[in-house]
Write a protein that binds this ligand. Structure first.
Ligand code: GRF
Length: 209
């Protein structure tokens, strides 16, 4: 395998249905993928993301309720993970994890940040707030992860319309369809940059969508 063929090792961390994990894993099987998903980490054993990973034969670690920071660090180290992709992770990520991965931690948020982000803005709460605010456009954002909720540099966004008659769930479904396009493409560009250069990944990867 040449340096150009080498794929960057990525882990996905979440607690939800796992649809973004599925999209990231499925995209990584393409010939031109710059990354591979080597590990899925879940905060609950009964989360959908666990079966998504098992069905695709990706190793899974379920974090314990206590001392989960140590378990997370040890899982990332033992699998030699270079990039962590959050997808439905509802806690603050410890600084030790961001330091270990040299800042290579991304998240997907189901709205157009900086609007509709921050503590408590997750899942259907986000889509309810968007509808109640009377927005006609919403979308998804991929951003770097920092110590604060939804505050890292924005890497890319895609928008969708809010339709008359939408309820939080129909809107969530529409946003998820673009999340599944956006996240894998940004991950591909991001990891391509890590692989092909010695400099830090750009803050604006400019994917071809
Ligand atoms: C997604 O909507 C993502 O934007 C948010 O959490 C949700 C996870 O969904 N951060 P899934 O588990 O990937 O289906």
């Amino acid at each position: 395998m040449t340096a150009v063929d080498k794929r960057i090792s990525v882990a996905v961390l979440g607690s939800g249905a796992g649809s973004n994990a599925a999209a990231l894993i499925d995209r990584s099987s393409a010939n031109d993928s710059s990354y591979q998903i080597d590990l899925v980490i879940a905060t609950r054993g009964d989360a959908g993301i666990v079966s998504v990973a098992s069905d695709r034969r990706i190793p899974v670690v379920v974090l314990p309720a206590e001392h989960w920071e140590e378990s997370l660090l040890s899982a990332l180290q033992s699998h030699q993970i270079a990039v962590l992709a959050l997808a439905g992770f509802l806690r603050k990520l410890p600084e030790s994890v961001i330091t270990l991965l040299e800042g290579n931690v991304l998240n997907i948020h189901p709205a157009l940040l900086p609007r509709f982000g921050g503590q408590g803005m997750y899942g259907l709460h986000v889509h309810t707030a968007v509808i109640e605010a009377g927005e006609s456009i919403t979308g998804a954002t991929v951003h770097r992860v920092t110590q604060e909720y939804d505050e890292g540099a924005i890497l890319a966004q895609m928008s969708v319309e809010v339709r008359a008659g939408d309820d939080p769930r129909t809107l969530q479904n529409r946003v998820k369809t673009i999340e599944h396009r956006l996240y894998p493409e940004i991950m591909n560009v991001y990891c391509q940059h890590i692989r092909d250069s010695t400099s830090s990944p750009p803050n604006n990867p400019k994917p071809q969508l």
